[in-house]
Design a protein around this ligand. Structure first.
Ligand SMILES: CC(C)(COP(=O)(O)OP(=O)(O)OC[C@H]1O[C@@H](n2cnc3c(N)ncnc32)[C@H](O)[C@@H]1OP(=O)(O)O)[C@@H](O)C(=O)NCCC(=O)NCCS
Length: 192
C-alpha cells in the first residue's frame, strides 16, 4: 500500500469507496435508515468532490486502486476518513492518519479534532484521540450519534491526559474560539 496526494481524477472512485464502506462497515453500528441517508444514492457528486478543494487530502492505494482516503482542514478538523470495506484492519487508516499528523506538524497545527462515528471511535482512540463530547448530528433529517474527539499534534498520545481533555472541553484549546459550539452542527462525514 502506498500513499499519494488526492487528485481530481479520483473523483469517480472515492464516492463509490465511501458508500461501500458506510454500507458494509458502518452498518454494524447504525440502522438501515441511518445508513441510507449517510451513504445516499442522491449525493451531489460535484459538491462531494468539491469539498476536497483547499484541504490536505491523501489517498491510500494498492495496485493502482484507491483503498482509502483522508482529509484535513486548515483548522485541524479531520473530515472524511474512509477505508475500503475490503481493506479493513490492514493499517491503511493508521497510515492515512500518520500523513495527516505529518502535514499538521508541517503547517503548524497544534491539535486535531474529528467527529468520529461509533464505528471509528476505537480507531481514533487507538491513535491517541480522546472523547470531548458525545453528539447527535443531523443528516438529511435523520439523527446519528458521533463523538467529538481531539488529540495534540506535538505530543503523541497526549490527548489521553485528563487535564488536556478538560482543557479542550472548556472550549479554549482547539484551534477555533468556540469549537464545542461550532463542531456539533457541522455533521462532518455525515454531510454530503
Ligand atoms: C475507521 C477506519 C478508517 C479505520 O481504518 P482501518 O484501516 O481499518 O484501521 P487500521 O487497520 O489502521 O487500525 C489501526 C488500529 O486502530 C484500532 N482499530 C481499528 N479499527 C478498530 C475496531 N473496529 N475496533 C477496535 N480497534 C480498532 C486498532 O488498534 C488497530 O490496530 P490493530 O489492527 O493492529 O489492532 C475504517 O474502519 C473505516 O473506514 N470505517 C468505516 C468508515 C468510518 O467510520 N470512517 C470514519 C468516519 S467518522
Amino acid at each position: 500500500m502506498t500513499l499519494r496526494p488526492y487528485h481530481p481524477d479520483d473523483a469517480p472512485a472515492l464516492p463509490a469507496l465511501f458508500r461501500d464502506s458506510v454500507r458494509r462497515v458502518n452498518a454494524r453500528d447504525y440502522s438501515p435508515e441511518q445508513i441510507a441517508v449517510w451513504a445516499s444514492d442522491d449525493i451531489d457528486l460535484g459538491r462531494w468532490a468539491g469539498r476536497f478543494d483547499g484541504r490536505f487530502a491523501v489517498v491510500a492505494e494498492e495496485s493502482g486502486r484507491p483503498v482509502g482516503f483522508a482529509e484535513l482542514e486548515p483548522d485541524g478538523h479531520i473530515d472524511r476518513v474512509y477505508v475500503s470495506a475490503d481493506y479493513q484492519r490492514r493499517g491503511a487508516g493508521r497510515e492515512l492518519l500518520g500523513a495527516i499528523l505529518a502535514e499538521a506538524r508541517r503547517v503548524g497545527i497544534a491539535r486535531l479534532f474529528v467527529e468520529a462515528g461509533i464505528t471509528a471511535r476505537p480507531f481514533f482512540e487507538a491513535q491517541g484521540f480522546s472523547i470531548l463530547e458525545r453528539q447527535v448530528a443531523s443528516c438529511r433529517g435523520t439523527e446519528l450519534v458521533n463523538y467529538l474527539m481531539a488529540r495534540s499534534v506535538v505530543q503523541p498520545h497526549a490527548a489521553a491526559d485528563t487535564d488536556y481533555v478538560a482543557y479542550c472541553a472548556s472550549g479554549l484549546a482547539l484551534n477555533r474560539p468556540d469549537p464545542l459550539r461550532i463542531c456539533p452542527t457541522r455533521g462532518s462525514s455525515f454531510v454530503e
